[in-house]
Write a protein that binds this ligand. Structure first.
Ligand code: CA
Length: 233
C-alpha cells in the first residue's frame, strides 16, 4: 500500500458564500486537473453532497441560512458513506473549530489560508479514506488493521495493546488533524477521568512502541492543542 506516484484526480465540492474564494479555488483545482463543484449556501451544498458525494467536501463554517456545523451534522446523519469534510473557519474561532470536530469534520483550515495548503490537505484527506479498505488504515509507514487490532510500522508489528493502541487508532483516524487532550480523555474515560495525568504513562508507552525503534518520530505534540501523527516520518 504505497502512496501512488501521481496525485489522484479529485472531485471536490466547495460550499462557500464568498464568490472570490469560489473563483480563485476553482481556478487552482481545475488547473491541476481536479473537478470542483460549488454551492454558495449550506442547504444546496448539503443537497449536492448527498446526491453526488464528492471525494472531499470543503465546507465554510459561516454560511447564510444553514451554517457549516449544521451541514456537517446533517451530512453525517444522512449520507450512506463517510464523506471527508474539511472545514474553513475564520481566525480566532477556536471554539467553533472544536465544535466542528464534534459535528464530524475531519480537518480544518483557518482563513486566510494558502490555496496550495488547502489542496494538499484535500489530497491527504481523500487518500486517507481511499487507500486500502474500510478496515485498514495507512498513514505513511504506519498501518493499522482494525479487524485484527494489529498496528505495524514499516512492516514491523508494534507491541501495543489497550489504551496506547486506542490512542494510536484515534490519532490515525483523525489524521492529518491533531487530536486534543480533552477528546482523548472523553473517549478513553467516558465515565470518569482518573486523577492526576492519566495520559502521560500511556503516551510514553505509545512512543516507546511507535517511535523508539525508528529514526524519526511519528507522534508529534502540537503545542497548545494536542497530538498528531506525522506521515513523513
Ligand atoms: Ca462565509
Amino acid at each position: 500500500m504505497n502512496t501512488p506516484a501521481k496525485s489522484p484526480t479529485l472531485r471536490v465540492l466547495l460550499v462557500e458564500d464568498s464568490l472570490a474564494l469560489r473563483q480563485s479555488l476553482g481556478a487552482l483545482f481545475e488547473s491541476r486537473g481536479h473537478q470542483i463543484d460549488f454551492a454558495a449556501d449550506g442547504r444546496s451544498g448539503l443537497a449536492l453532497a448527498l446526491s453526488e458525494p464528492p471525494d472531499v467536501l470543503v465546507l465554510d463554517l459561516g454560511l447564510p441560512g444553514m451554517d457549516g456545523l449544521r451541514v456537517c451534522q446533517a451530512l453525517r446523519e444522512q449520507a450512506d458513506r463517510h464523506i471527508p469534510i474539511l472545514m474553513l473557519t475564520a481566525r480566532d474561532q477556536v471554539e467553533d473549530k472544536l465544535a466542528g470536530f464534534t459535528a464530524g469534520a475531519d480537518d480544518y483550515l483557518v482563513k486566510p489560508f494558502a490555496a496550495e495548503e488547502l489542496m494538499a490537505r484535500c489530497l491527504a484527506l481523500s487518500q486517507r479514506h481511499r487507500v486500502g479498505n474500510a478496515y485498514r488504515l495507512q498513514i505513511g509507514s504506519l498501518c493499522i488493521d482494525r479487524r485484527s487490532g494489529i498496528a505495524s510500522r514499516a512492516g514491523q508489528a508494534l507491541d501495543l495493546q489497550g489504551i496506547p493502541l486506542k490512542i494510536l487508532r484515534m490519532l490515525a483516524e483523525s489524521w492529518p488533524r491533531a487530536v486534543t487532550r480533552s477528546e482523548l480523555l472523553r473517549e478513553l474515560w467516558p465515565d470518569e477521568v482518573p486523577a492526576s495525568d492519566p495520559l502521560r504513562s500511556h503516551l510514553y508507552l505509545l512512543r516507546q512502541a511507535l517511535d523508539r525503534p525508528f529514526e524519526k518520530p511519528m507522534l508529534r505534540t502540537v503545542h497548545g492543542i494536542g497530538f498528531a501523527l506525522d506521515e513523513r516520518a
